[in-house]
Design a protein around this ligand. Sequence first.
Ligand code: SIN
Length: 558
Amino acid sequence: MEHQFDFLVIGSGIAGLSFALRAARHGTVAIVTKKDKLETSTNYAQGGIASVLGRDDSFPLHIEDTLNAGDGLCHPDIVEHVVRSGPDRIRELADYGVPFNRSPVEGLEFDLGREGGHSRNRIVHAHDMTGRAVETALVSAAENNPNIHIYENHLALDLIVEHFAIKAGSIAVRHRDVCWGAYILESPRMELHTFLAHAVVLCTGGAGKVYLYTSNPDVATGDGLAMAYRAGACLANLEFVQFHPTCLYHPHAKNFLISEAVRGEGGRLIDRRGKAFMEKYHPLKDLAFRDVVARAIDTEMKQSGDDCVFLDITHREPDYLKTRFPNIYQKCHLLGIDITKDPIPVVPAAHYICGGIVTDGFGRTTLENLYAVGECACTGLHGANRLASNSLLEAMVFAYESAFHCAEHIQQWRKRPVPEIPACPIPMGHLNSIQSEMVLIAHNWDIIRRLMWNYVGIVRTDKRLELALTHIRQIRMEIREHLPNIPLSNDLVELQDLALVAELIIRCAIQRKESRGLHYNLDHPRKNDVAWRQDTVVRRRQVEDPRGVVGAANNVPT
Ligand code: SIN
């Protein structure tokens, strides 16, 4: 079935919803989301949104903290713009009904928490469930907007792209790639749809599921990164994977974060014997940048052979902890851990990918009509390491900027002739296959996640990265060879996307011959500002066809 909208948004987290609500003033919007509309990374964000709202705070201080975290790779103009836009975007969310905790202090709007790397209290939050509060308010606003249509259980397979090679004689001197929409798979009916739009906005979030241990929900399989790469867009800085230092360590806890706000309220990391260890690693101790804290925990665990370390907040008043962290208190309580009396067992886990699809200040990618907003984008804000609670802020600011840009151009776009769009070629798996090699999906999914955790984790070496590249290429070849025997399913599509993203992370990590921010390589332990103060960019070889080819980007092997 074919659908036509002014704007197609892929993903229903804070980026997609914020864009949709603003763009809906200028045209029709389809939001496609692969599961339930609330099942997004935003919904699980605990800490909050960083912004300059305190009396002792200033834009230059927030800018400086962001640049320090980014370790030389932030784009300063972007940092400045995002930080200065913060208070307006926060108030906009409050106007949508997000119940941020208010300050008891006269004249101060919001209660402001502290997280690692921040020199001031500036984290606006809704207890320890900020993401859920934001998601619920924005979904409700979108559902009440007649110009917005939300399609749940619609998984994007590939972008529809028109490729032009502009030639001088027989040599392609320039390429022009125009995105016209996306092929979408509706489950559980397994029906294929073509969604066409004047602007396509990827808001597909991160790729934490590429690692064995992650704080991300199951939907974080890097679909947007993979689709953009196949379509020929530039991606950058994928080696900078942020490992959150404190995920709950318990056999029955899946992906549960213990917010950095717990350390912001005085929580201390201790080992099994009760000894605090962060002073050995950084003067800011437990509130050092995340890369420092995650590496310190990794070192402690490797030296002691222990499976986890502990986060101790038992010195705070029980009533205060239950009110400030109701979600964490309850989850731990259900698992037999009383955070008012017991230190919480924690381990680092993959949390956020700082690189992504390269965009400019309006969220525009290197493909015409294609935008990327939120975790899947690389805007230049985070550089080599994201400052805590800067990500929801980034999503809101770029949703605003890209919707603003689209509004300027929509009248012109409506006049453009749409090329003939072929039906989806079903290049991955088979719609009606009765043969089944489902074991291949589960097996390879597991192998990729272990491979990434062991060889491309918190601490890397050249040897491990080379081995990882060899293995991932074999795995991708095996998947491709067996495609004819596998029925098309969400799991299969996600596996292919995950495998491609894993390879791209490894390729970026191999390129960077230094240690900086979140990328730490024992064979190149120092930062090299002369050679490496630059982004690592990956881009797929161009499809060279002078006629202009329209179709699913993955018609050609990657
Ligand atoms: C947290 O609550 O610790 C996560 C906040 C973030 O990742 O920015």
